[in-house]
Design a protein around this ligand. Structure first.
Ligand code: ADP
Ligand code: MG
Length: 333
């Protein structure tokens, strides 16, 4: 069982504090939502930098209390305990995440499915006691085409006991978007936010040049597949090498195919999405990973201002048609 470090990371081009015309920076790191969160802000005023970091991390901690599947009294856990047969009114943050999850669930034909909490708990991936459930255990949790929740934009109600919401595939994207908004509200114009495999950027680097983000090559782990340049966009990767366990020589990873309840085996080793919204990137990286290279690429090509880098299980790299905008430079091993 392992959890890798960030799947996408920033190339060491941040050593710009040595330039006189570049404002100083502060970096803060914390553990949250089962991963490491780090934020680097660039601004001339040290007190303003600290205030912005305080505000951004306070916002993230508040969102963890809403969206965490492991904090027993998070809003999500209380909702999961209460919403079968009984409508529950949810907060604006939970509503925003649920709206987005259901939107991308529909866009992806159900490849992303935020009602799989029971199935996710069955596998226990990411805990110290993961296990392979029997098909009979899995069956009750699989979507059967009938509506599993009722949602009117304010209240949610589950149709069956087996329905549990889980935002593991989208919550980090929402938190990254909200941290970015908070930093901007505090007067920051240049910042880098990293939540595990989710990277978000505010503006450009302080010298006006784009951030350079590296995409991991899962076949060598330490090597990079290439790098791209973004100015304000988010870059999010989902991969089968992030969280997994092995049993009888078989590797079971953490992204489940709602069609059979087993780890998705779609021919992709990783899916990296680039778009303005980190929530969109997070939802789509998981959905595309489940859909596989053909259907995943078709989905991304159908969406405006959304690009992807797919790495197939045989190592083949596929770029969406608009990736030229991000100046992707492939690194050949
Ligand atoms: P990570 O959490 O490592 O950033 P993802 O964004 O791809 O990776 O989300 C994977 C997580 O989402 C899993 O750990 C699980 O909690 C949940 N999940 C797994 N399969 C699905 C799915 N098909 N739809 C929605 N959520 C899923
Ligand atoms: Mg995701």
């Amino acid at each position: 069982m392992r959890k890798s470090s960030a799947l996408v990371f920033v190339l060491p081009l941040l050593l710009c504090g040595c330039r006189q015309d570049v404002p100083a920076s502060d970096k803060r790191t914390a553990e949250m939502m089962g991963t490491f969160v780090s934020v680097t802000v660039y601004h001339a005023d040290a007190a303003q930098r600290q205030d912005a970091l305080d505000a951004a991390f306070a916002r993230a901690e508040a969102l963890e209390q809403v969206l965490s599947p492991t904090i027993g009294d998070s809003e999500l856990c209380r909702l999961n305990a209460a919403a079968c047969g009984q409508p529950v009114t949810v907060s604006a943050d939970l509503a925003a995440v649920l709206d987005a999850a259901l939107f991308y669930q529909a866009q992806s034909g159900g490849a992303l499915d935020c009602t799989l909490g029971g199935l996710i708990d069955l596998w226990c991936i990411g805990t110290d006691h993961p296990r392979v459930p029997a098909p009979a255990e899995i069956a009750p949790f699989l979507p059967d085409g009938s509506p599993r929740i009722q949602w009117d934009g304010r209240q949610v109600e589950f149709a069956e006991d087996s329905v549990q919401l889980h935002f593991g595939a989208v919550a980090k994207g929402y938190i990254a978007d909200e941290m970015k908004k908070t930093l901007a509200d505090c007067g920051m114009e240049s910042a880098l936010i990293v939540l595990g495999g989710n990277v978000h950027t505010l503006g450009t680097k302080p010298d006006g040049s784009p951030w350079e983000i590296a995409v991991t090559n899962p076949f060598t782990e330490v090597a990079i597949a290439g790098s791209l340049r973004v100015s304000g966009e988010s870059v999010v990767t989902s991969g089968d090498y992030e969280r997994y366990f092995e049993e009888n020589g078989v590797r079971y990873h953490h992204i489940l195919d709602p069609a059979d309840g087993f780890p998705a085996d779609s021919g992709l080793a990783s899916a990296t999405i680039i778009a303005d919204s980190s929530l969109a990137c997070d939802a789509l990286s998981t959905a595309v990973f489940v859909l596989g290279p053909e259907a995943g690429m078709t989905l991304i090509e159908s969406l405006p201002d959304t690009e992807c880098i797919l790495i197939e299980t045989d190592g083949t790299l596929r770029l969406s048609s608009g990736m030229g905008a991000y100046d992707f430079a492939e690194v050949t091993p």
